[in-house]
Design a protein around this ligand. Sequence first.
Ligand code: ADP
Ligand code: MG
Length: 379
Amino acid sequence: MAISFFKQKIEDNQTGDRPIIDLREVNKYYRTAVGDYHALEGVDLQIKAGEFVSIIGKSGSGKTTLLNMITGIDRPTTGEVWVNGTAVHDLNENTMARWRGKSLGIVFQFFQLLPMISVIENIMLPMDFCRTYPIHERRDRAMELLELVELADHAYKLPTALSGGQQQRVAIARALANDPPVIIADEPTGNLDSKTAEAVFSLFNNLIAQGKTIIIVTHDSGLAKRTHRTALIADGEIVNEYVAKVMPSLTASQLLQATKTAKLQTYKAGTMILSEGTNADTFYIVSKGTVEVILPRKNQSDVIALQLGPGKCFGEMEFFHEKKHQASIRASEGGPVEVLAIGYGQLSELLGQSEVARETLHQLADKHEGENLSLRRAF
Ligand code: ADP
Ligand code: MG
């Protein structure tokens, strides 16, 4: 009875909506000679099983610090870090290393293979350390992993006999040794030429196809765009991804300002968020759920003209063109809706910092206005 209950609990963790990685209000201070340095400020980050997430941000913004919280290489000063149901912030040093060895595959920018032992022994090491596979199976498994990264021919060479790209592929094979559900990689392509970087990236894509969860820190915005989701970090804080999506031409620190300015509002399913004909004073970005755009019709019932999901915005048309709302917006029946609300005064200030961002949003407003007109004609 007890055993089946435990099994059920594990399955809930893996299949439920619960994120495989969950950082809650994480703060990290470093002690320095000139006082405490606030490296992570109230970081909330949720990653679902099977997601491929990139973390980008300027040098010194806190990317490595963030990964170190997830791997338990370092601890948050305050806040919680959950990985696959384990409270990493609470693990003691003894259990931490074994837990990490079984639960995470870690890939570094400079590979960090042990130089005195062969490639295949480097891959067997995590299995030896965690005793995850019987001794007589470890070498075969290491060889299979080398085949996966197409380096079986190099198994008995020393790492230094391999090129940078090959060494990184060995490091990925080593990260997979204990078949961990999560791979964490800090600038894994940062030291590779673009062709080799591409080969490493496609290896990550294959792992995603097999159901792994991967987080990479990268400087390469082209690679970042090809992951499922990008988290931008600026001065130790995470920029809201939907704010970044709507105003992509703002700089990281302007986006952070926009994130801090935005007020999160929640509406129950079916509630009216704003009504046609009322004065407009706020710009909204949908961050969860969907809203319905309702067009009024003369002598007829209203019609739902559009549905807007996460990353879509409303209230921008009125900001540029009209003072009154041209349509009503309602939280759809499907579930609660979260929106980020930015007052027009604050929006003006933000767009004042970037002509391109202002122009982009203006064009979006024009496009929506055109769509609105044709919808009115259609209904
Ligand atoms: P990134 O990986 O984005 O380049 P880091 O997470 O390495 O940034 O560092 C974030 C900030 O914290 C930097 O200003 C860095 O100098 C500082 N920092 C990192 N590690 C330490 C440490 N051990 N002691 C003091 N300051 C640190
Ligand atoms: Mg770093």
